[in-house]
Design a protein around this ligand. Structure first.
Ligand SMILES: O=C(O)CCC(=O)C(=O)O
Ligand SMILES: [Fe+2]
Length: 299
């Protein structure tokens, strides 16, 4: 039984098979997995059986971990593991409810966004609760040339402060202290991936307007790009099974959790998160090449 990498979509996402359900792999195999991750942007693992220690240990091989705050949504004793869940312990929520019900990449509204996230399914509802993923290299490549030229080298403003109530209407409003901790950020609209060098479209749901453009024009451009990015041709739908884990690269993909009846069913997931870097501006377009040219891309 050897490692296999099987594409699940024509442009991104691959399933990795032939490895231990604990993801305890040697360095040579890990190198293959890492290469597959940077070329396919998203890896799906199935039938896993990982302890929180194993989940953390595998993720850490890609780089330093990010501890999600506030710590109230992390697994007790394991600050590196965030709980995405509607399950309650008495009346206390065990995790963040309705996380990511809308297209985004993790941390896009922070100064240092998260590089990658690794979500592991522990308990699932019988219907609903799929996760959608969209390929931002493909979205960038498919943009009309005049729009590419308009956004290359530009920045857009992401605002937790203005959009928190829009995206998290079920959560309390931000306190003044939280607002100070989550100031507006101005990220490149076209992002250069630090490992592959390829250009992705970097505009998600926390984005609001564009630096250097009149407000209304910037808002309209942001809405256009948000809609363009998530057209069905760029999207892979993950239908979860218990024991699945999906590792996604937030620098070149977006994702969107789809709803389920959370008054009736339980959905309980554990997530580790990789520390990121300040997004690099793509000053010129470097379109992701065809798969047969990927071999050396991530080395
Ligand atoms: O629950 C999901 O399917 C994804 C939630 C999400 O956006 C995340 O964990 O980053
Ligand atoms: Fe997310």
């Amino acid at each position: 039984m050897g490692l296999e990498v099987l594409p699940l979509h024509e442009s991104f996402v691959a399933e990795v098979t032939g490895i231990a359900p604990t993801l305890d792999v040697n360095d040579a195999i890990f190198k293959e997995i890492e290469r597959a991750f940077y070329t396919h942007s998203i890896l799906v693992f199935r039938d896993l059986n990982m302890s929180p220690e194993q989940h953390i240990a595998f993720t850490r091989r890609f780089g330093p971990l990010h501890i999600m705050e506030p710590l109230q949504f992390n697994l007790p004793g394991y600050p590196e593991v965030m709980v995405v869940s509607n399950v309650e312990d008495g009346s206390r929520p065990k995790g963040l409810k309705r996380a990511g019900w809308g297209w985004h990449s993790d941390g896009e509204d922070k100064i240092i966004p998260n590089a990658a996230s690794f979500l592991y399914a522990i308990e699932l509802p019988p219907e609903g609760g799929d996760t959608l993923y969209a390929d931002m290299y493909a979205a960038f490549a498919a943009l009309p040339p005049d729009i590419q030229a308009k956004i290359l080298g530009r920045r857009a403003r992401a605002s937790r402060i203005e959009l928190h109530n829009v995206h998290y209407p079920h959560l309390p409003a931000l306190t003044e202290q939280q607002k100070r901790e989550r100031p507006d950020v101005h990220h490149p609209m076209t992002r250069k991936h630090p490992r592959t060098g390829w250009t992705s479209l970097y505009v998600g749901r926390w984005c609001i307007d564009v630096d250097g453009l009149p407000k209304a024009e910037g808002e309209e451009l942001v809405r256009y790009l948000q809609d363009f990015a998530v057209q069905p041709r760029f999207v892979y739908r993950h239908r979860w099974r218990v024991g699945d884990a999906v590792l996604w690269d937030n620098r070149c993909t977006q994702h969107c959790a789809t709803p389920f009846d959370d008054t009736k069913y339980r959905r309980h997931m554990l997530r580790t998160t990789l520390e990121g870097e300040a997004p690099m501006q793509a000053e010129r377009a470097v379109v992701r090449p065809a798969p047969h040219q990927w071999v050396a891309a991530a080395d």
